[in-house]
Every structure is written in structure tokens, then in C-alpha cells.
Design a binder for this molecule. Sequence first.
Ligand SMILES: *[C@@H]1O[C@H](CO)[C@@H](O)[C@H](O)[C@H]1NC(C)=O
Ligand SMILES: *[C@@H]1O[C@H](CO)[C@@H](O)[C@H](O)[C@H]1NC(C)=O
Length: 342
Amino acid sequence: MNNAGCGPTWRLQGWGALAWGALLMALWLLWLLELAPRGPPAPQPAITILIWHWPFADRSPELPSDTCARYGMAHCRLSTNRSLLASADVVVFHHRELETQQSLLPLAQRPPGQPWVWASMESPSHTHGLSHFRGIFNWVLSYRRDSDIFVPYGCLEPRLGPSPALPAKSGLAAWVVSNFQARQRRAGLYRQLAPHLRVDVFGRANGRPLCADCLLPTVARYRFYLSFENSQHRDYITEKFWRNALVAGAVPVVLGPPRATYEAFAPPDAFVHVDDFGSARELAAFLTGMNESRYRRFFAWRDRLRVRLLADWRERFCTICARYPHLPRGHVYEDLEGWFQD
Ligand SMILES: *[C@@H]1O[C@H](CO)[C@@H](O)[C@H](O)[C@H]1NC(C)=O
Ligand SMILES: *[C@@H]1O[C@H](CO)[C@@H](O)[C@H](O)[C@H]1NC(C)=O
């Protein structure tokens, strides 16, 4: 599996993590020794990444020269200055603005051999117009694990300090939904669950919008959170799982890719998967009948792990530099649509 964000994944634990720590320490000492007699290494040339259009925004955030260094990636420069097209090492195109034609591909000005990245964190159900982009892009940045630049919505990393106390619970299950569409699978499942399980529904769709800072404290009061993805696709696990449930301190009840996919990202006992139950009624019975000690087991991972969110596009783009030396040269996605429809 590609490493993004959390590196060698949550599976390292106990002695494994200690051994890993010792190894890193040894490498670091070696590096220091190596460094000492000769002074600092010669500066490496920075990789320049041109972002053609900032995702979902007409203006990009400030991109000071140490932007990527702040995320632990040195020798890496992000820019939205289109004058750099001729000289950039990589150019990144975010799908949504291509789809809406807010931005157009500068095909005629493309320097020969310049790698172009197609970037999107949306699922195939919400991605249109890919058939226009045959034979153009060399690399893909997305949440799919088989992307050239794999950027999940979140991941688990070792926790160094003690874990925070579990928030006090006063409700059973919460769901936040801003865009309710009856034909979506999550809507159907909710309708089946509602007669058997009290679900408090928040969000624009229900006329109970939550302000940006209110979502986490609101969800924290519930034992369970319905982490229902808007569409079910390979590896498509979003902030509904990482942030709205795990960061908030509620147990995610997931509807998305199969259980095995979630287990590649998180311990098997950190979530409830709807596919584990024969019916909505059985699922509701499991959630409502659970005693306190069983419930607490869903949080065992918090003693040694914590969530890291990868929500900021600056961090996502800086990841390109870490992957850059390992990315395939000369590869082109002839059928990007076929690759992504899964
Ligand atoms: C964009 O880059 C060009 C070429 O390096 C430079 O002359 C220009 O000042 C830059 N524009 C901005 C807004 O930084
Ligand atoms: C709590 O539930 C679990 C699983 O259903 C069961 O094995 C355990 O005995 C229960 N504990 C108590 C104290 O009732």
C-alpha cells in the first residue's frame, strides 16, 4: 500500500512500534554523524508544483515558500502562478473546475514531457466528463489506494500522549446530511432503520444545519454516528468516517466500501459495518442493546492511535513531492474514465 499521511500505517503496535522508533532513532543518529564532519548537505533543487486552479475556489490561499516544509516535505514549492507553466516540474489539474470549464487545459502550451496530474477527492458518482481526458494525464491524485499519489481523507497514526476521555453520551445515534437524495442507498437504509432506532438527523436536508464548529461537539454526545457515504465506491471513505465520527468520539456505523477496505485503514473493532447485519432491524437491535463494556471496546484503539485528517489541499498537493522520485515516468492514462469508474 502507498503511504500517505500516516506512513507505515496503524498496524504497527506495541513492540513493533518501539522497534520502529528505535530504528528511526538509529537512522537519525547515523545521519547526524554523516553530517557532522562535512557540514550541511548541498541544497537540493526544489520541485515546483503548479496548481492550475485551486480546488473549489477562485483564489488560492497564501502559498509562502515554506508551505510544504510545514507539512514535513522539504524542497517542494507550490504555486498557482500560471507563468510557471513552461518551467514547472509538475502541473496539477483539479477535476471539478475542468468539468465546469472554469479552467481549461493549456494543451497547446504544454512543454514536452511535463507530467500532468489529475486530482480529485470526489467519488465516480459525482465525477463527470472524464471521457474528454483520454491520453492526457500521467498521474492521479485521489483517495483510491492505487492512485499514483494516494491521499486518504484521514488515517491513524501512533498516539504519543494519553488518550482524551470519551465524551459523555446522552443520545443514541446521530446523522448529519446536507444533500438528501431519496435514490441514494444511504437514504434507503435510513428509512429502514428509522422505525427501529432513534436517529437524530441534523444538517441542511433536515432544516437543522450545524455551524462548522458545532458539528463535533454535537456528534460527541451520541454513542453512534451514521457514517453513510453518499455513494459506494472502491476505497471511498470520507471525513464522515474520520472526522464526524472518529474525531468526534462516536462509533461510526459505516455504509461504504466493504468491511475489508475499512480494515485496511482502521482496526476491525473501531466501527460497525452495516453489511455485517442481515437487516436494518438486526443492526438497530445490535446498537440499542449494547452494554457499556461492549461499547467501550470500540474505542480500544484510542489508547495507542489517533486520527490524522488530511483535509487541507495544501498538504494533499505537497504529498506529490514525497512521491515524486517514485512516480512512473512515461505513463499516460489512456482511459482515465475506465480506470476511475469502479
Ligand atoms: C509569476 O511568475 C512570473 C515568472 O516567474 C513572475 O515574473 C511574476 O511576478 C509572478 N507573478 C506573481 C503574481 O507572483
Ligand atoms: C455485555 O455484552 C457482551 C456482548 O454482548 C457480553 O458478552 C457481556 O457478558 C455483557 N456484559 C455485561 C456486564 O452484561
